[in-house]
Design a protein around this ligand. Structure first.
Ligand SMILES: [Zn+2]
Length: 57
């Protein structure tokens, strides 16, 4: 079963001719993935105790 990996960003098949950075189809998608990664790192708070997290019924 020759099923080449797909780009996790855009789900396109990488173009082998352009020698993209695996597992992405292009440098651009690699950058996007990196950006997402960093974003999540920034967005994940250091588990603060937030009693007001639950909105009142
Ligand atoms: Zn892609």
């Amino acid at each position: 079963m020759a099923d080449p990996h797909r780009c996790p960003i855009c789900a396109h098949l990488p173009d082998p001719a352009s020698r993209p950075p695996l597992p992405f189809c292009s440098r651009r998608c690699a950058q996007i993935d990196l950006g997402r990664w960093l974003n999540e790192e920034y967005r994940i708070p250091a588990t603060e105790d937030d009693p007001e997290d639950d909105p009142p019924a």
